[in-house]
Design a protein around this ligand. Structure first.
Ligand code: SF4
Length: 277
């Protein structure tokens, strides 16, 4: 009887621990999102986004553009973290949600839905009822850049948000990088957070994957205490999808791989927090 009661107490404590971890991750992400939306660190990008939001594309003339930096979106307990390059001028800069309202987003949400990470197979606005389970989406820079080309100082200015997301998303097992700029940013992020990044540096290629582990001596507060699979994919931009550089089967294979890894990786537990080697 006593053993049964102590089992119940342990389960109750574990449940309370899990609930407080969710609350802590969600609170951390909400705080980051508020700061992102109010950020003005990159004058060139802010001017560009605000101008696009005023001038609009003819097809969206009746819509109110978001026009502000775009925060990350998804599940605080994400196992899969998708890292894009930046919001699209008439996509997320219009709708206010990452990858929402453009053709790259059509590809992304279809694949997320097929692989069980998204409730809906498409995403048109931030009020469409889309919901991600075990997945989170953010980008290297959170303001749309002219010609989709952020400058190095803008990437550096925005990197602090990625560092903080890494700390908040403690359950992540796969970091899916869409395009070579996201891949390079992910390696810099993980190296700075205490992960051992091999030399020569891992090379970007569609389907390339690298299992990175925290360095034996790392105690960096933003480093999740677990190995993380960095998975690379071509970005689902029109330039890649319309030229056949990225095909549906290639794209779907990436998400099947991500799903398989997150299914097999052990979930993070509060006891992992003590990891330092
Ligand atoms: S790109 Fe990032 S750092 Fe630059 S203004 Fe936008 S949110 Fe701020």
């Amino acid at each position: 009887m006593q053993r049964r009661n102590s089992g119940k107490v342990a389960r109750r404590r574990a449940g309370r621990g899990a609930a407080s971890d969710v609350a802590s991750s969600a609170g951390g992400l909400a705080a980051i999102a508020s700061e992102v939306v109010a950020c003005h660190r990159c004058p060139r990008l802010r001017r560009y986004c605000e101008t696009i939001a005023r001038t609009k594309r003819r097809a969206y003339r009746a819509e109110e553009y978001w026009g502000k930096p775009v925060p990350g979106f998804g599940d605080p307990l994400a196992r899969l973290w998708i890292l894009g390059l930046a919001p699209a001028a008439h996509g997320a800069n219009r709708t206010g949600r990452m990858f929402t309202g453009d053709s790259s987003g059509d590809w992304l949400f279809a694949a997320l839905h097929e692989s069980g990470f998204a409730r809906l197979a498409s995403s048109a606005s931030r009020h469409d009822g889309q919901h991600l389970t075990a997945a989170y989406i953010s980008a290297v820079v959170r303001c749309a850049p002219p010609d989709n080309k952020p400058q190095p100082d803008e990437v550096a200015a925005c990197s602090d948000f990625l560092t903080r997301e890494l700390a908040a998303l403690r359950n992540v097992a796969v970091l899916l990088c869409l395009g070579s700029i996201a891949f390079a940013a992910a390696l810099r992020l993980l190296q700075a957070a205490g992960y051992a990044v091999p030399r020569p540096r891992p090379r970007f290629g569609h389907g390339a994957e690298y299992l990175l582990r925290p360095r034996a001596t790392t105690t960096h507060p933003s480093s999740p205490p677990r190995a993380l699979l960095v998975l690379a994919s071509y970005h689902p931009s029109r330039q890649n999808t319309q030229t056949g550089r990225l095909t549906r089967p290639m794209w779907q294979a990436i998400f099947r791989r991500a799903r398989a890894v997150v299914e097999n990786a052990a979930p993070w537990t509060p006891s992992d927090r003590g990891f330092a080697g």
